[in-house]
Design a protein around this ligand. Structure first.
Ligand code: F6P
Length: 539
């Protein structure tokens, strides 16, 4: 027996099967005011969904889907601190890191304010030179060790906002690959380096291996006792931080209601405060808070995260498009696709509903991306002419922070042109006419026109940011966080756990033993063959 959500999904899927369901051009032809009706503003951002095949009828079915999923109510349940992460029995209160909330969210905000005050005092003491290294030199570099959510968000924000002349220099060490350490090593003077070990659990094998490596390097320079002056930890696991040897007053805590991929606003953002300055870290939080307000207070029809989620639900669930490209037209946002990959794919890569039954619908798509215009010269060919549409998120920044105006105009013109080209396309007849006018012979036209034609009706959404400052970046990141939550509701999956990554971690343990001392464990023949080859080549 279908539940209300399944029935609502069926209605959406039914629209997806109608002839012409994917056509966008006729929607523009029929309605010159389409942009006016299909863009919305919130928290300083503009979102345009007009270049998708969504009509008023389809939107009606998507609104019904949102109502069946209880979307408007569920956002308030999350804000009240209910255990929306059922499989781990936890709330998801990242919004409490940025502003006051009702119910249990309120005490969570009080808790967050205490940590923020501690982070601020530490940051300012480091900047004033009151907190120094073991050799009494001022810290000028922050080496952040962490992986996944304890790396991608802070790295993305740092790349977006850090400028030469900012208070401290950021260096990040994520991967356990020793080549990563070898790459950053020449940038570091241990006497001036403050090391932040960021790990929610403080048990992640890669992070702990890197932390041990860096501690040995630090001890070799400033001695065993001196090294502790150079370390701080960002974690929920205070006992493990202490066991590692990090002094209690150097542990910046956060709670288990902060998911790793939603954690850059917590103590995990200490590197941002240190490297960008406290005011800019606060402005980042303020931008996210603006988006939180918009998300919590705006009705479905005008709610940016909800609309973005409904567009994705339409593309994945009704049209069967399981990939999405993210193209920020700003080089400073080059790590945004990587952050969104984790935020979206770790959250939405689930195949069972909240009650444990298999989802009868497809869930999270593959997300990938690169900054424009570079992306245009790599994978955009497939998006323009490939056999299956790939929806795109374009992110444009209206005002640049440099004086190379012509470059910025070229950048924006390209971003707008890509979205337009994907939608309008150019059919073989029009291409043939162009070729004829250019003097091509009929044989060449017949041979080449099909190859040169672009099908059009390829969907995209566009977000316009006024500029790339901490406030607008905070709003942008929170927009995507809330979109992920909305999709969790629409697909009836838990977006806050990540059980799928566990098995690989478990299987790595015996393999590590085999690589270390040759102790044999039974595997499938492929794993055994590959392991034997690695061991042979290492001899
Ligand atoms: O890969 C799984 C994961 O648990 C992510 O969810 C998390 O962001 C990352 O590992 C790092 O975890 P931790 O912060 O506990 O070191």
């Amino acid at each position: 027996m279908d539940d209300a959500l399944q029935q609502a999904w069926r209605a959406v899927e039914e629209f997806g099967r109608r002839p012409g369901a994917t056509a966008i051009r006729p929607l523009f032809a029929a309605d010159p005011g389409r942009f006016a009706r299909y863009h919305r503003r919130g928290a300083g951002l503009l979102l345009d969904i007009s270049k998708t095949a969504i009509s008023d009828e389809v939107l009606g079915a998507l609104h019904a889907l949102a109502r069946a999923a209880g979307l408007e109510e569920q956002r308030h349940a999350m804000a009240r601190g209910e255990a929306v992460n059922e499989t781990e029995g936890r709330a998801a209160l990242h919004m409490a890191l940025r502003g006051p909330l009702p119910g249990a969210g309120g005490s969570a905000h009080e808790d967050a304010l205490r940590t923020l005050a501690y982070m601020r005092a530490f940051t300012e003491s480091v900047h004033r030179g009151e907190i120094r290294g073991a050799t009494n030199q001022r810290f000028d570099t922050v080496l952040s060790i962490g992986i996944g959510g304890s790396d991608l968000g802070p790295v993305m924000v740092t790349r977006a906002l850090w400028r030469a002349g900012d208070p401290m220099r950021p260096v990040h060490l994520g991967n356990v690959d020793g080549h990563g350490w070898e790459t950053v090593l020449p940038m570091l003077d241990p006497r001036r380096t403050l090391v932040l070990v960021g790990s929610k659990t403080f048990t992640t094998a890669e992070t702990m291996a890197n932390a041990r490596l860096v501690r040995a390097w630090m001890e070799a320079s400033v001695g065993r006792n001196g090294a502790s002056a150079h370390f701080a930890a960002l974690s929920t696991n205070l006992a493990a931080c202490e066991a590692f040897g990090i002094a209690a007053d150097r542990v910046f805590p956060f709670r288990d209601w902060v998911g790793g991929r939603f954690s850059l606003w917590s103590a995990m953002g200490l590197s941002l405060a240190l490297c960008l300055g406290w005011e800019r870290f606060e402005a980042l939080l303020a931008g996210a808070r603006e988006m939180d307000r918009h998300f919590l207070q705006t009705p479905l029809a005008d709610n940016l995260p909800m609309l973005l989620a409904l567009v994705e639900a339409w593309h994945v669930g009704a049209l069967g498009w399981h990939r999405r490209a993210v193209l920020p037209y700003d080089e400073r946002l080059r790590r945004l696709p990587a952050h969104l990959q984790q935020l979206e794919m770790e959250s939405l890569g689930k195949g069972v509903r909240r009650d444990g039954s298999p989802t009868p619908w497809a869930t999270g798509p593959v997300v990938f991306g690169e900054p424009g215009t570079s992306a245009q010269h790599s994978f955009m060919q497939l998006i323009h002419q490939g056999a299956r549409p790939v929806p795109v998120d374009f992110i444009l920044v209206a005002k640049a922070d440099h004086r190379h105006e012509e470059n910025h105009r070229i950048l924006l013109a390209n971003g707008l042109a890509q979205a337009e080209a994907l939608m309008v396309g150019r059919d073989a007849d029009a291409i043939a006419a162009d070729m004829r006018e250019a003097g091509a012979d009929e044989a060449a036209i017949a041979r080449l026109a099909p190859h040169r034609a672009a099908p059009g009706d390829r969907p995209s959404t566009t977000i316009i940011m006024p500029c790339l400052d901490p406030q607008s970046l905070g709003s942008l990141i929170a927009l995507y966080e809330h979109k992920v939550f909305c999709l969790g509701c629409l697909w009836d999956i838990n977006p806050f756990d990540q059980w799928g990554v566990e098995l690989g971690k478990v299987l790595a343990t015996p393999l590590l033993r085999e690589l270390t001392d040759g102790r044999k464990v039974a595997h499938d023949s492929s794993t055994e063959g590959l392991l034997a080859e690695v061991l042979r080549l290492q001899k």
